[in-house]
Design a protein around this ligand. Structure first.
Ligand code: NAG
Ligand code: NAG
Length: 489
């Protein structure tokens, strides 16, 4: 076989098994969804290069029975290849009986939209370590591919899923927990896949659920995707599509899906008027880079996000940063959050960024730029500290003095609903009026294993990941090249 053919065959074989992006979907919030609502959510997810929804269901939630037929019908109706799989939540209403789980998998895995991995129905769980043994039977009966959040008994688990998507205290997000999973998986000797969590934010204040804390978001939606590129796990799960109560939704706001604030006895709904749709505008690029090692910027895009009040302006309402409920040392929000406007942009080449708040120019800088020779095409990210400035926020990217894209955002103010800070983020986005169709070079050739331009040294990370076989393509090609040279020369 010729070298090129060999490379192609192996590359295709390699790609078939790999790389998918899922989004965690709270089925309970779909109580009032019509078929059209499901179709819309699925279309938006497809547009964002998401491959499947992980349907989170609590046992005996009456919404499950109503939602599943609609969801599977919608997935079949929408043009494109979109999957759905079950994520059995053992914490919501307690443990799922194993017979019910097996029956549901058998019933729904026959639908064309049920997501399969290596021809097996993909299934995950949330919590439920006490029921690890159940999965022996469930797997025997359904032949499912089981991605577990916790480590079960030998041979039951097919992939491991971490829920540790947020940083500790005032730190930027790092990959220490991911690394511990990778190490565990390596040492288990079975080369099991890893499902890496990626989340844009976290704030919850729902006394009815005894939940009141935040984890630092700030730069995370940018940083975490870079980490995902370097680790390149088999699967990524975005947390979440529609968990409004925890403020990490990237799906659309739906007025008919806000039960969490009532059931959770929230002081007020901290989500309405706080769209996160703009975060999805970065997804085709960051997800395709992760999946395909190459991505196209069809149109230059700017996304900006920030909290609407300076951290000191309003009361905390008892919200801590970090949470003792997860055995963490707690901080005050002011110790952890920065009063900044964060922005990311997909650009064909270098550009200038400027920010005004209430008409006053504030210092805005790029913190990360693509690491490339030649045109610097790719993902840019930066911030502007707003200090005591209030008023309408305008973020502009321009090149040679002409505007490429401009986000005109919600005003920052010192007025507080019921005296309380809203730690959720407002997100806006804008696209350039002309197409560019810029293709970024393959990540693994040009961007991996160099020092990052961000706060983390990605050489260290990549060096680590490489030892665990997680910068695999490059190593794989070198192996093939050597193999070919030995055979034929
Ligand atoms: C992975 O595990 C094998 C044993 O299963 C061990 O020899 C190797 O050193 C491990 N790799 C790393 C990077 O720890
Ligand atoms: C569905 O609508 C009802 C009636 O408006 C509302 O009480 C309920 O909270 C809604 N469900 C969800 C999940 O938001």
């Amino acid at each position: 076989m010729k070298l090129v053919q060999l490379l192609l065959v192996c590359l295709l074989a390699y790609r078939v098994s790999g790389y998918a992006v899922f989004a965690h979907f709270m089925v309970t919030n779909s109580e009032n969804y019509t078929l059209a609502d499901w179709e819309e959510d699925i279309s938006l997810a497809l547009d964002a290069s998401i491959d499947a929804f992980a349907l989170n269901m609590a046992y005996e939630d009456s919404t499950n029975d109503k939602a599943l037929p609609l969801a599977f019908e919608a997935a079949a109706n929408v043009e494109g290849d979109f999957g759905l799989f079950f994520s059995f939540d053992y914490s919501g209403n307690g443990a799922w009986p194993k017979a019910v789980v097996a029956e549901m998998i058998l019933e729904y895995s026959s639908y064309s939209a049920y997501y399969l991995h290596n021809s097996k129905p993909f299934v995950s769980t949330f919590e439920g370590p006490a029921n690890a043994e159940d999965w022996k039977t469930i797997k025997e009966e359904t032949d499912c591919f089981f991605a577990a959040l916790e480590v079960g008994g030998g041979g039951i688990v097919d992939a491991l899923f971490s829920w540790a998507a947020w940083p500790w205290g005032p730190r930027d997000m790092d990959t220490y927990t991911d690394a511990s999973y990778l190490q565990y998986l390596n040492e288990s000797g079975q080369a099991l896949p890893y499902m890496m969590p990626v989340s844009p934010w976290f704030y919850t204040n729902l006394p009815g659920y005894e939940k009141n804390w935040l984890w630092r978001g700030d730069h995370i939606w940018h940083d975490r995707w870079l980490e995902a590129w370097y680790i390149r796990p088999e699967f990524i799960e975005i947390i979440s599509w529609n968990d409004y109560g925890e403020s990490h939704y990237i799906g659309p706001l739906r007025d008919n899906a806000m039960a969490a604030f009532e059931i959770g006895e929230a002081a007020y709904n901290y989500v309405t008027g706080m769209p996160h749709d703009g975060w999805r505008d970065l997804l085709p690029y960051v997800a395709d880079t992760y999946k395909d090692d190459i991505a196209t910027i069809a149109t230059e895009t700017l996304v900006a996000w920030y909290r609407l009040q300076p951290v000191a302006a309003c009361g905390t309402g008892g919200t801590s940063a970090n949470t003792a409920s997860e055995l963490q040392l707690e901080f005050t929000p002011a110790e952890v959050l920065t009063d900044m406007i964060f922005f990311s942009a997909l650009l064909a080449d270098t550009a200038d960024v400027s920010v005004t708040v209430g008409g006053v120019s504030i210092d805005a800088t790029w913190r990360n730029i693509p690491n490339e020779k030649g045109p610097q095409t790719g993902l840019y990210h930066g911030q502007a500290a707003f200090g005591s400035n209030t008023g309408e926020v305008v973020v502009t990217v321009s090149r040679d003095g002409s505007t490429i894209a401009q986000v005109v955002g919600e005003a920052i103010s010192t007025s507080c609903t019921d005296g309380l800070a809203n730690y959720n983020a407002w997100v806006g986005s804008a696209k350039a009026s002309t197409a560019v169709n810029a293709v970024t070079p393959a990540l693994l050739e040009d961007q991996v294993c160099v020092n990052g331009t961000g706060p983390n040294n990605f050489a260290g990370l990549c060096g680590f990941a490489c030892t665990y076989g997680y910068c695999p393509l490059l190593v794989f090609f070198i192996f093939l090249l050597n193999f070919d040279l030995e055979q034929y020369h």
